[in-house]
Design a protein around this ligand. Structure first.
Ligand code: MG
Ligand code: ZN
Length: 222
C-alpha cells in the first residue's frame, strides 16, 4: 500500500515537471518526440538515418538515453548530430522528466526545430513517465512477436505513432504486419503506422515527410 502511494507521488511530481517542459518547448515552437521500444528494435538506426537525410535542413537536438555506455550518442554524432546529449541512467530502466530538465539548460533552444529523446530500450516503465514530449513514437521490429501491443498495452496506448521496423526481414519469421496492426488498433485506434527498413531505406521517405510536416505544424502554432 505504502509503495503504491510513493509511486503515485513520484509520478505526479514527474507529470508536473513534464508539463513545465512541454510549456517551455511549445512556447518556442519546438516539436519534441520520445522514442520508445524494446532493446534492439532500431531506434538509433532510424535516428541515424533521419539525421543523415534531413539533419542539414533542421536544427535538431538529441538526448540519447541508455542504462550504460554512450555508444548510441556516439553513433548519432557520427551520423552528423551536432547537438547530441548522452543520458546514462546508471541503472534506471527509464528516463524521467527530472533527467530531461537537467539537460535542457545545456541545449540552445533558440531556433531549435526538433528535440528527440531516445528512451531506454524497455516497453514497460517508460510508458508511465511523461518527459514533456508532444508524442511518443513506438518502434517494433519484425524480429519481435506481433502480439507485443497486447502484451505491453500501456506503451501502445500512450504512443501516437508506431513504426514497424526491419520490414526487409519480413518472411524470415512468423511476424505479420496485418496482425501487429490489428493488435495495436485494439489497444489504440488512433495509432498512425509507418513501415520502415533502415537497411534498404524502405518507407523512410514517408517518415521524413511526416516529420517535416509535424515540425512545420508545431512552429506555426506559436
Ligand atoms: Mg539505441
Ligand atoms: Zn524503469
Amino acid at each position: 500500500m505504502e509503495k503504491i502511494i510513493v509511486e503515485k507521488k513520484v509520478l505526479s511530481e514527474n507529470d508536473k515537471l513534464a508539463a513545465e517542459i512541454r510549456t517551455e518547448l511549445t512556447s518556442q515552437g519546438i516539436l519534441a518526440l520520445n522514442f520508445v521500444s524494446s532493446p534492439g528494435s532500431g531506434k538509433t538506426s532510424l535516428l541515424e538515418n533521419t539525421l543523415k537525410s534531413i539533419g542539414d535542413k533542421l536544427k535538431i537536438a538529441l538526448i540519447a538515453g541508455d542504462v550504460q555506455t554512450e555508444n548510441d550518442a556516439n553513433r548519432l554524432i557520427a551520423a552528423g548530430g551536432k547537438n547530441v546529449f548522452p543520458l546514462v541512467t546508471g541503472g534506471s530502466c527509464h528516463l524521467d522528466a527530472k533527467m530531461i530538465d537537467k539537460i535542457l539548460p545545456k541545449i540552445n533552444l533558440d531556433e531549435l526545430d526538433l528535440l528527440i529523446i531516445e528512451n531506454v530500450g524497455n516497453l514497460v516503465c517508460p510508458s508511465s513517465y511523461d518527459l514533456g514530449e508532444d508524442m511518443k513514437v513506438a518502434l517494433i521490429s519484425t524480429t519481435e512477436g506481433h502480439d507485443k501491443p497486447l502484451k505491453y498495452p500501456g506503451m501502445f496506448r500512450r504512443s501516437s505513432i508506431m513504426i514497424i521496423n526491419k520490414i526487409d526481414l519480413l518472411g524470415t519469421s512468423d511476424f505479420s504486419v496485418d496482425e501487429v496492426k490489428k493488435n495495436a488498433r485494439q489497444i489504440n485506434a488512433n495509432l498512425k503506422f509507418f513501415e520502415t527498413s533502415c537497411r534498404t531505406g524502405t518507407g523512410l521517405e514517408m517518415w521524413f515527410h511526416w516529420l517535416l510536416n509535424e515540425i512545420k505544424t508545431k512552429k506555426n502554432r506559436v
